[in-house]
Design a binder for this molecule. Structure first.
Ligand SMILES: Nc1nc2c(ncn2[C@@H]2O[C@H](COP(=O)(O)OP(=O)(O)OP(=O)(O)O)[C@@H](O)[C@H]2O)c(=O)[nH]1
Ligand SMILES: [Zn+2]
Length: 235
């Protein structure tokens, strides 16, 4: 069913139009994918819903697109795991929404994100890499997410995030955040520096001491798994 919603703050006026939707069966259950157009950009922002999401305290994830992590399973970041975990939490509750915003690379796009990755491979962290490329550390914007949530009838959210800036940005767009649900992914050797930079430079609420323990466990498990494979006879 088509519907239109406009949000007006002192900074921005945004309109979203729900154009169509379809059923998407996943390993976590049957979700409904709602497709939106909007007045701000020409991207396809989405809502992935399960159950009736109109009301208070709706379990919600506002996820920023990460092609490398979400689709290709990159271990450089925690995005793919956070997406899967948020779907699992929604499915366990039988109700919730994942707003999928097409703000790849914290808003700088995939091409610049790959350039930023090359700088990170030279030793710069995720914040400095963005700045060296002439971007801000985080160029995301959340008014369309607020518009989409309003269109869905979500009155207040239990927000799955570790990012305090995301909470305040959504609140500034009129979304009532009733609580935060932590969404920590396991640490590995490839995402450790990234997670550390998020905790120390972007104030993300990550328990790095727990992460340190995780990485030791993961590394040990990898080493023993590799040792086992190597000792297996070749076919
Ligand atoms: N520019 C840039 N973007 C990145 C990098 N790694 C991941 N991203 C993008 O960052 C976005 C995800 O942001 P994060 O900071 O990981 O997490 P968040 O969404 O702010 O916070 P959470 O809600 O806790 O997940 C996605 O758009 C990714 O494509 C990076 O090294 N550089
Ligand atoms: Zn990612």
């Amino acid at each position: 069913m088509t519907s239109i919603r406009t949000l007006k703050t002192d900074k921005i006026q945004a309109t979203v139009k729900r154009v169509t939707s379809g059923r998407i069966p996943t390993e976590h259950g049957d979700f409904q994918l709602l497709y939106y157009t909007n007045s701000i950009d020409n991207k396809e922002h989405l809502a992935f819903c399960l159950g009736d999401v109109a009301g208070e305290d709706i379990l919600t994830r506002v996820h920023s697109e990460c092609f490398t992590g979400d689709v290709m399973g990159s271990r450089r970041c925690d995005c793919g795991e956070q997406l899967q975990r948020s779907m699992a939490l929604v499915a366990a509750k039988g109700q919730g929404v994942i707003v999928y915003l097409r703000q790849e690379g914290r808003g700088i796009g995939l091409m610049a994100k790959l350039d930023a990755y090359n700088l990170q491979d030279q030793g710069y962290d995720t914040v400095d890499a963005n700045l060296m490329l002439g971007h801000e550390a985080d160029e995301r914007e959340y008014s369309l997410a607020a518009c989409i949530l309003e269109d869905l009838g979500v009155a207040s959210v239990q927000l799955m995030t570790n990012n305090p800036l995301k909470i305040s940005a959504l609140q500034a767009s009129g979304i009532k955040v009733s609580s935060r649900v932590s969404l920590e992914a396991p640490v590995n050797a490839d995402n450790k520096a990234y997670l550390l930079a998020k905790a120390t430079r972007m104030d993300h609420m990550l328990d790095m001491s727990q992460n340190e323990r995780n990485i030791k466990a993961t590394t040990t498990a990898n080493v023993s798994a590799r040792g086992k494979n190597e000792s297996e006879p070749a076919n």
